[in-house]
Design a protein around this ligand. Structure first.
Ligand SMILES: Cc1ncc(COP(=O)(O)O)c(C=O)c1O
Length: 401
């Protein structure tokens, strides 16, 4: 299958991000915070994240020990305890993903990747000459991968299964039993399971949250993550690769030497502070509460406009994937024209689905709506969207009206 060599969602976002007056339901981080906000969340009064006296040298190549220990804890579970040596710090999850795919896939390899998904996860392997098969996530299955379909996707040279949990753009969470099945199948074939877990641990029902992929006791697993989404700090560019398998981590480290000496020492300090026991629980509580409160607003919107839009209620992450249709025709809207018209008339920024996630072929009429931002922004944007739907039936064969 031919895929775009561009990154349509990122291009759409960089075109509009920062336009003054737009209500942004497009960026997928939980409402960002300042250093002052972070300090005020701390249970240890007064102390902020920055040590202003330490010399700003490169620091330790793979990231500070303290930061890597905190990440190792996030990526551990009952069946696997990771240590700082199992973690490499990167500039955001986007660099972490690139590193894993660059280090481990090449022209003789085949990978299986869930779809729809963050484009990078299949485009980068293809850029390096690997062949990728899509494991289609079906709406009727709540966008949870169907393990029965997986068996048909293997090839003689399949090296990796690529997951994204919670998923961008659907917000679907792969439950633990399904992950166990995937691990068992991969283990029987010696295949690597790589999961982009940048939206962990933002689960709407934390009690039923699945463990990280690195915590199933299967060596050939890797997870990537970052401070950007569930931890509200996209402006410090800190991400990571974690794996219980030292050889996989070493392969990533060797490739990392070509692009990264170390990450910013200031960013490292802020991330270490945010993941500390004095701060992390309050930060996550804030974001899970925000996600649940705002999801209720979107749910009420979908119920009110059930004749015009539908969704699968997300179980985690920060976004929903929803389809909009014409009032009488029931035909999917042209999602790119629809999103452009919303920017024009309502000053609301969403991400068009077929344009950004459907390779120009799939997901007609779908948009990605990110809702873990300021509640007042979600309320106002949904109110404008409601009024827009009432005034614009979109029955003209998918054309802008
Ligand atoms: C699934 C997924 N992975 C990785 C990233 C990159 O995030 P960052 O580099 O800010 O950590 C994003 C950003 O939107 C994403 O949605």
């Amino acid at each position: 299958m031919a895929h775009p060599s561009t990154f349509p969602a990122e291009q759409w976002l960089s075109r509009w991000r920062g336009t003054s007056g737009l209500l942004n339901l497009a960026d997928t981080y939980a409402c960002p915070i300042s250093i002052d906000d972070l300090t005020s969340l701390s249970s240890e009064n007064g102390e902020g994240p920055l040590t202003t006296t330490s010399k700003l040298n490169y620091g330790s190549t793979n990231g500070s020990s303290e930061l890597r220990r905190s990440v190792a804890k996030l990526c551990s579970g009952q069946d696997a305890q990771l240590t700082e040596d199992d973690v490499v710090i990167t500039q955001g999850a986007i660099s972490a993903n690139f590193l894993v795919l660059y280090a481990l896939l090449g022209p003789t390899d085949h990978a299986i990747c869930v779809y729809p998904v963050y484009t990078q996860l299949y485009s980068v392997p293809e850029t390096f000459g690997a062949q990728v098969s899509f494991w289609r996530l079906k709406e009727e299955n709540g966008y949870i991968p169907d393990v029965r379909d997986l068996h048909n996707l293997f090839q003689r040279n399949t090296k990796m299964i690529i997951l994204n949990n919670p998923n961008n753009p659907t917000g679907a969470v792969i439950p633990e039993p399904v992950l166990r099945d995937i691990i068992a199948i991969a283990k029987a074939r010696g295949i690597i399971v790589f999961s982009d877990e940048v939206y962990r641990p933002l689960f709407h029902e934390p009690d039923s949250a699945p463990p990280p992929i690195t915590a199933f006791g299967y060596e050939r697993t890797l997870a990537t993550g970052s401070m950007s989404k569930s931890l509200s700090l996209p402006g410090i560019r800190i991400g990571w690769v974690a794996s219980p398998n030292r050889a996989l981590i070493a392969a990533c480290s060797r490739r990392r030497d070509f692009t990264t000496i170390s990450v910013s020492q200031v960013d490292d300090q802020i991330a270490t502070y945010a993941l500390s026991p004095a701060v992390q629980p309050a930060l996550l509580r804030r974001n899970i509460d925000l996600a649940r409160r705002n999801r209720r607003l979107v749910e009420a919107f979908v119920a009110r406009h059930a004749d015009r839009c539908r969704w699968v209620r997300p179980g985690g992450g920060t976004m929903a994937f929803m389809q909009f249709r014409g009032a009488t025709s029931g035909r999917p809207v042209d999602d790119e024209a629809f999103c452009a018209d919303l920017i024009d008339r309502c000053k609301v920024l969403l991400v068009p689905g077929s344009h950004s996630f459907g390779c120009g072929e799939d997901f007609a009429g779908y948009v990605r709506l990110a809702y873990v931002c300021d509640t007042a922004v979600v309320q106002e944007a949904l109110a404008r969207l409601s009024k827009y739907l009432e005034e614009h039936p979109w029955d003209g064969g998918g054309d802008e009206e």
